[in-house]
Design a protein around this ligand. Structure first.
Ligand SMILES: NC(=O)C1=CN([C@@H]2O[C@H](COP(=O)(O)OP(=O)(O)OC[C@H]3O[C@@H](n4cnc5c(N)ncnc54)[C@H](OP(=O)(O)O)[C@@H]3O)[C@@H](O)[C@H]2O)[C@H](O)CC1
Ligand code: K
Length: 499
């Protein structure tokens, strides 16, 4: 499903109005009808609609009229100077005034009589919200949040529709009705939780008008990522499902590479080879009997793989994952460079793989491998010099720009994972806060490595990997709540790998 930011949506609206000759007031009426339809399903006894000074408020006025003409008991709350109203919102406000309506200015009235309303409609701010919100608007949001059931029009008020950040205070909706397509704010940051269940309604914008905007950002719902996953023929053997090498681990950090190796096996790889310092062989080999162990030379507990061994790996591998628990140092950076230059297959760069290349990021442009990087915002900050706050406020743009600049696929971790190849971008929302636990990222790397080996492309593996990781985490959450561990994620992934 398509996802847009506020300026793309504004552009689509404008083209619908100017080129396709659909008056703005018709779009607003269609938006109001679609909200009305959903409210009718809820069959409320008494509705409060809290309207703001822009077109989101205009939608609210129009919904109030429709409810009233269908004999619902509805009150409108509008706490702003009516001189602020303009355009279609003003038209709908003026219509209301001709009807037998109470437009209540005092939000305290709603607070004091909340018990009488079984539905509060939030039409305070939509995609036009900018900057900080005033104390007065915060107070209105507080009162809306006391509602028994809250329906937000377009986006919960207080959520920035471009990045999902709450700008001071926001409404927490039970459902959000949005128009034509989801906005970034429904999927990212606090907006993901604040939006509740998001329902997308058509408001008669022509498909051609949408297509011409050439939107290439998508949300992952259950159907789409799973439809990538291919059924296996009966007539197969382990050689058909990839030979993957996971290079990582150090004397003081063996757990991470163990988790990645286990995750790769459990995601369906044919052959998984663990390449790690020989001093940790007892720890790794006893944990996973299914893998091929390639213990290597080391210096001070860190890998020192000779050229012959590297060439052997490069010759045999379909996929090489580099970085997990590996540490940082000049010879490790040289090893990464060597692989990126010599190996023409898929490379997954994660954790210390990324921390090492920070020194010389341009090597990504010189790589002959097909690379996916899987940074969390901290790692992305080290790679780009951007602050973590900036990255989290511009997740889609940052992932897309990096992918374009360095010719790789970027999987930017976080509560909603963003995967981009620079042209197409996908936002994944499977998963839960319990997955913010040690080793969770190492599991994701193992899964993506495995999928690449099974024949999925870079972008496909990023999308499918992050989706499956989230789904397995959601299963683990059902059993263990916030006590879930990275191992529990691995144990649950197989549930989604069958037909
Ligand atoms: N196709 C569609 O998606 C349609 C959407 N519609 C609805 O329109 C809104 C967007 O309307 P817009 O008027 O652009 O914006 P808002 O209503 O969200 O907000 C603008 C008003 O809010 C004031 N504002 C902005 N930021 C703040 C703030 N921080 N604190 C207080 N007030 C703020 C702003 O005031 P200014 O002084 O800045 O002008 C405006 O008064 C969209 O979300 C949909 O609900 C249409 O109905 C049709 C189609
Ligand atoms: K709203």
């Amino acid at each position: 499903m398509l996802v847009v930011n506020s300026s793309e949506m504004k552009q689509i609206d404008l083209r619908a109005i100017e080129i396709y000759r659909i008056p703005g007031i018709v779009l607003m009426e269609n938006a109001a009808h679609s909200v009305f339809e959903e409210i009718a399903k809820l069959n409320p006894r008494k509705v409060a609609i809290v309207c703001g000074p822009g077109n989101n408020g205009g939608d609210g006025f129009a919904v109030a009229r429709l409810l009233k003409t269908h004999s619902y008991d509805v009150d409108v709350f509008f706490c702003f100077d009516e001189k602020k109203l303009k355009g279609d919102a003003k038209v709908n406000y003026e219509i209301l005034k001709t009807m037998d309506f109470s437009i209540i200015k005092d939000i305290e009235y709603l607070q004091n009589n909340m018990i009488n309303y079984d539905l509060v409609v939030d039409a305070l701010f939509g995609t036009g919200l900018r900057g900080e919100i005033s104390e007065e608007s915060k107070r209105i949001i507080d009162v809306i949040n006391q509602g028994r059931f809250i329906l937000s029009i377009d986006i919960p008020s207080g959520i920035n529709s471009d990045n999902g950040k709450s700008i001071g205070k926001c409404v927490y909706a039970d459902i959000t009705i949005t128009f034509e397509c989801k906005k970034y704010g429904h999927l990212l940051g606090e907006g993901r939780e604040a939006s509740g269940a998001v329902i997308v309604k058509k408001i008669s914008i022509p498909k051609k008008c949408m297509d011409e905007q050439n939107i290439k950002t998508f949300s992952c719902d259950d159907k789409f990522p799973l439809s990538i996953y291919k059924r296996r023929n009966f007539d197969t053997n382990k050689g058909d499902f990839g030979k993957v090498y996971i290079i990582g681990g150090s004397y003081n950090m063996s757990g991470a590479v163990i988790l990645a190796l286990k995750a790769a096996i459990k995601t369906g790889s044919g052959l998984v080879c663990g390449v790690y310092p020989e001093s940790i062989i007892d720890r790794v080999a006893t944990q996973i009997p299914e893998i091929i162990n390639i213990p290597c030379e080391e210096k001070n507990g860190f890998l020192e793989i000779g050229v012959d061994m590297l060439n052997d790996i490069i010759n045999k591998a379909d996929v090489i994952s580099i970085g997990i628990g590996m540490g940082k140092g000049h010879s490790l950076l040289e090893m990464i460079k060597y692989i990126l230059y010599k190996f023409k297959g898929y490379v997954v760069l994660d954790a210390d793989g990324l921390n090492n290349i920070c020194e010389d990021i341009s090597l990504l442009n010189e790589a002959n491998s097909k690379v996916i990087i899987t940074p969390h915002p901290g790692e992305m900050s080290r790679l780009t010099g951007l602050t973590v706050d900036y990255i989290n406020s511009n997740r889609v743009e940052v992932a897309k720009d990096f992918a374009n600049k360095y010719g790789c696929v970027v999987l930017l971790k976080g509560s909603s994972t963003v995967v981009s190849n620079g042209e197409e971008t996908y936002i994944n929302t499977s998963g839960n806060p319990g997955m913010a636990t040690a080793g969770s990222g190492d599991v994701l790397t193992g899964m993506i490595t495995s999928l690449l080996g099974q024949g999925y492309g870079l972008l496909e593996s990023g999308i499918l990997g992050s989706f499956l990781h989230g789904k397995a985490g959601d299963e683990a959450y059902k059993q263990y709540g916030y006590g879930l561990t990275a191992t529990d994620i691995i144990e649950n992934v197989g549930k989604f790998l069958k037909f």
